[in-house]
Write a protein that binds this ligand. Sequence first.
Ligand code: CTP
Length: 413
Amino acid sequence: MTQSEYKPFVVLGVTGGIAAYKAVEICRQLVDAGCHVAPVLTKDATRFIAPLTFTALASEPAQTEIYDGLSAIPHTRLGQAADLIVIAPATAHLLARYAHGLADDLLTTTLLATRAPVLVAPAMHTEMWEHPSVGENLSILTSRGVHVVGPGVGHLAGGDEGAGRLEDSDVIVGRALEILGASRPTGDFAGTHVVVSAGGTREAIDPVRYLTNRSSGKQGHALAEAAANRGARVTLVTSSQVPAHTHGPGRIDVIRVESAAEMGEAMLREAKEAEVVVMAAAVADFRPSVILDSKFKREQGALEIVLEPTDDILAGLVQARSTDQVIVGFAAETENALENGAAKLKRKGCDVLVVNDVSAEGVGFDHDTNAVSILEADGMSTSVALSSKRTVAEAVLDRVVRHLNSNQGAGHE
Ligand code: CTP
């Protein structure tokens, strides 16, 4: 299938050393090699080289500030989007801050907010390079899987010679591409961003009580894992407990939410740049119209709760969708599952609707198994007999691939 071209996202960290000017060449070479390059300069780097130089060559403007007023959380955006972080040159100070988890600027917070591989290219004077603290900090970093390239031996600033010179830019870029090649996702969802919602939302009554439903989130989590396994970058927006393996080194970013309103906000934000959106969550249809400030006491007598409808998140996603986005909804039905599902598919305007008859044995809420009918806007329908939620997830993704293909104008069935 023709997937959108895989363009690895590389954060290029530049720190304050005389070799900072050489990072311009690294930036250019990474862009030429087909990478999306997001430069991040430390404050000291800007004493050696102007951010504008990088902005002119990179794929997005160079950033220097964590509090830039443009985005509340630039470090998590960069950290989560990154396929690789390259720091060239990496000063002794940066290595120390990174080794000890200090997070006092945009680059070091991004380093803590990423699960992507990191490549550091140290550059400093020989005396500093040979200082035990630098060696110890590097050992900490390499023991955590950080890649190191260089330094080389040669001319240093001030007419000195020795070890500590920034490795040649083509060697640094070669290592970067090698690391990217090894971690490049494969599978029919490679290059695709999939956003999945999961779990039953919780609607607060007072500070200690809430209304919820029976959803365990298992089907949504199985979808997130299956999509990641097929090469997708996955964002999982969930209100339920996430099993430990879902956190693993795969490409799943987890966003935790509680209420329908929080889930709606997260889904609409995350769906903006996604090729596939799956609403597997059991979103509360109603929430208390007033949330009490303090715990309602038994001696206060009967607690009367007025419920008001929540927003339909799926409808909001369909309304805001980009032309070639594939949207998948779920339907929990207790009677006339197929008939009601077909009507819901039309009403909701999504491409695929996964219908559960939750009244059947072993199906839906809190089970490890599920049986579904997968209905599609063009009249196709597929049944999946009682099987694991992972098997159901794979079947749903098989149908989604068909829509991705036709949206990209390739390989119709
Ligand atoms: N959904 C949503 N926002 C809501 C309620 C539901 O986005 N406030 C989504 C669910 O995640 C699911 C789909 O809409 O993907 C259908 O959910 P379902 O509960 O079956 O349908 P409702 O729209 O609630 O309709 P009804 O309760 O009348 O069957």
